[in-house]
Design a protein around this ligand. Structure first.
Ligand code: UFG
Length: 338
């Protein structure tokens, strides 16, 4: 059972490749290493005892993508992670985001239809919900106007896949991730942000290790119990396992519709302060942080209703916030020891 994993050396991709190989899938990674490093392949190999196939090219290139599909027409399915994901950067360089995230998806779908490959799992985001009117947010909540070009690429991608499924023999599972953090328990793979991290967890661990002076907490005047924004953080290993479950559902012909969407989350919201407290508890350190003004574009609170994913997929996130902060810290320490 050969699966294409685009972006397979990235944060979520690498953890998913490990879980897929663990279940006996044969994996081909396509990644141009624009936000990851070649060494991740060695780490995946160490964890799995098996080296995935790897090709380095840009999926935005139609000819290279078509050539890939010609050589791998025996693929059973695709998991598409490869995309740019920095919200602020997308506001600054929207065309970069539209060309990369939409262009690559179109090329992949073309390759799939040309070779009668029917199944795709797509990395979507809770960003499609914006600030939901009702919490916890369910999969059928209204899609809100995206507040960044990045978010818009996720909405448009969901629409492109849905449109195609109406006219071509394509089935898709759209997985809407909430906030993935943490790292593999081996501390061999984890998040590798380029430059200064935008996201909370790597900023916390880089502050604790001494790479950053202090954590800037973006506002504590929100309408939440401690004033800091609430997110539904999910352990990346739980998230990776959900991709395997989704894949088995597709190829086992258990889907109830041509396109299904699931929230991947724990169902529990945590505030920024609660994440800091968890980090301090699991690391035994005191974190230097300062409260600053709100960050532009941040929503106040979002957490998921996971009932549909739990019942339909038979999958549930098992790891706690402490498991997430502990593994993220072990990974940061492992990086520092290199
Ligand atoms: N935060 C800080 N300081 C930091 C970084 C983050 O206080 O240095 C706070 C943010 O204000 C926010 C929370 O930590 O309240 C989480 O912020 P992240 O940047 O880690 O995550 P976001 O929820 O902003 O963004 C994530 C993904 C995006 C996705 C979005 C959807 O990174 O790709 O969820 O809501 F679009």
């Amino acid at each position: 059972m050969k699966i294409l994993v685009t972006g397979g050396t990235g944060f979520i991709g690498s953890h998913t490749v490990v879980e897929l190989q663990d279940k006996g899938f044969e994996v081909v990674i396509v990644d141009n290493l624009s936000n990851s490093i070649f060494e991740v392949l060695d780490k995946i190999t160490t964890i799995s005892g098996k080296r995935p196939l790897f090709e380095n090219f840009n999926l935005v290139d139609p000819a290279a993508t078509a050539d890939f599909f010609n050589r791998h027409s025996d693929l059973k399915a695709v998991i598409h992670f490869a995309a740019f994901k920095a919200v602020g950067e997308s506001v600054q360089f929207p065309l970069l985001y539209y060309r990369n995230n939409i262009g690559s998806l179109v090329n992949i779908l073309q390759g799939m239809t040309d070779h009668a490959i029917t199944d795709i799992v797509f990395s979507s985001s809770c960003t499609v919900y914006g600030q939901p009117d009702q919490l916890p947010v369910k999969e059928d909540a209204p899609i809100q106007k995206a507040n960044s070009p990045y978010g818009n690429t996720k909405q448009i991608s969901e629409e492109i896949i849905t449109d195609l499924s109406n006219s071509a023999n394509i089935r898709a599972i759209l997985l809407r991730y909430f906030n993935p953090i943490g790292a593999h328990e081996s501390a061999l793979i984890g998040e590798l942000p380029l430059g200064v991290p935008n996201n909370l967890m790597p900023y916390i661990t880089q502050t604790a290790i001494g790479k950053r002076e202090f954590l800037r907490v973006w506002g504590n005047d929100y309408n939440t119990p401690d004033g800091t924004p609430i997110r539904d953080y999910i352990h990346v290993v739980d998230l990776a396992k959900a991709h395997v479950v989704a894949m088995e559902r597709m190829i086992g012909n258990k889907m109830k519709k041509n396109v299904e969407m699931f929230n991947l989350a724990t169902g529990n919201g945590s505030s920024v302060m609660e994440v800091i407290q968890s980090f301090e508890r699991t690391s035994g350190l005191k974190l230097d942080y300062r409260i600053l003004e709100r960050r532009l574009g941040d929503i106040e609170k979002v957490w998921a209703d996971t009932t549909f994913a739990n019942e339909e997929l038979g999958w549930k996130a098992e790891r706690t916030l402490d498991d997430m902060t502990r593994s993220a810290w072990n990974w940061e320490k492992a990086l520092a020891n290199k």
